[in-house]
Design a binder for this molecule. Sequence first.
Ligand SMILES: Cc1ncc(COP(=O)(O)O)c(C=O)c1O
Length: 460
Amino acid sequence: MGRRPGKQIAGRNLDTEIAIQEGLFLARQSHSYEYYQRALHSLAGGVTSSWQITRPQPIFIDRGVGSKIIDVDGNEYVDLHGGYGAGLAGHAHSAIVNVVQHQVTIGTHFAQPNENAIIVAENLAQRFGLPLWRFTNSGTEATMDAVHLMRAATGRELIIKIEGCYHGHHDSVQVSVAPDGNEVGLIDHPVPVPASSGIPSAITDLTLVATFNDLSSVEYLLNKNPNKIAGLIIEPIMMNAGIIKPEPGYLAGLKQLLVAHGALLTFDEVKSGLAAGPGGATGLYGVRPDLICLAKAIGGGLIVGAVGGTHELMQCVVDGTYEMVGTFNGNPLSMAASRAMLEMVVTPEAYERLETLHRRAVRDISGLITKYGLLAHVVSVGAKGCVTFSATPVRNYRDFLAIDDRFNHLHWLVQLNGGVLLPPWGKTEQWTISVQHSEDDMSLFIDNFAHFAEKVTRVL
Ligand SMILES: Cc1ncc(COP(=O)(O)O)c(C=O)c1O
């Protein structure tokens, strides 16, 4: 190539390339443009969740089939967005379609328990090693209940969260989700930064913040607030800052520290859940927390969340000390789909296939990174993966902050214009391979990455 690996990319040329790709994007999306203009009059911001806003405009989707998604302009994409990771089953998987079709004809809501809820709870208990479960309707509800439960069980009000982890949009965890570099303070003692407006400081003041992969930052908070910390909530593999894995001994060390201070540990596996492996990060790293939160993929595309806990902790729910409630919790439709997902979709054979596709993506993209001398590396686990545009490993949110997000946006645009939909929001997100993806799908993804790498090197 004649270029020295590791050479930085000229910013202005990168912006020009982004503008060219955004122009191509818009040229292919005239119907999305019309829908968006219409939507602006009735949907706040033209979308149904603020994270559906993409640059230069939202993409309105018509339908999904298998590993593909088709937009309202008729463009077909290999779907590696996976609905922010909920799409592990792919679209319209026959096992899910069959049970959902049956269930809608016999009732979608009773607000009374049913057999499928028991079967799903038994399956999750076996996979994740915690005995007692309850269901919710989202990841946010699951982590909200987990935080309440940690407080209810200990009678303490403070919690610790990790800088850069996202746990949904309830008050207690809307702290230091994606703070700017000028707000965060020292790395050993991060400053808690409110993540949104509209949340009273009386609540967010109860949330303390520590650094990922740094036990001393947690120990400091525990020592500084004796008998006041209910517990810590963490994504055991960070998946809202690209992908950041726990270093050896980190999760076990956290557990030890918390036990020593009479505090509890919650793993938020809403994203990692079934995607990192059959028993999530909990299964991979062999550390058993007091609570696990799940959502996204477990419903096979339907709406469901779950909280699993130890007997001791769930006793608060059993005896009514903590009332864990919700009209649609464990509704028959979601339970039927979850049962099908757990029993028929995420089988050992499905994980073998996912592993084959995952290995190929990592091998080929890493090869292209080396070939083109990009300052980047691939981080992946199970169905999830991302290209991290940094020459050195990213260990925590501070390292992540330093990444130039324009590389991710350009990569997203090149993939999109080349027929592959990745999640938007640049460096924060990662791909999800579904059980319905094929070798051909991965080939397109890898070919597009080669185009991207070639473009990036050209603008050096
Ligand atoms: C780790 C994690 N926890 C919780 C949530 C919130 O889940 P939901 O969007 O279903 O409320 C998310 C959403 O992306 C997440 O990534």
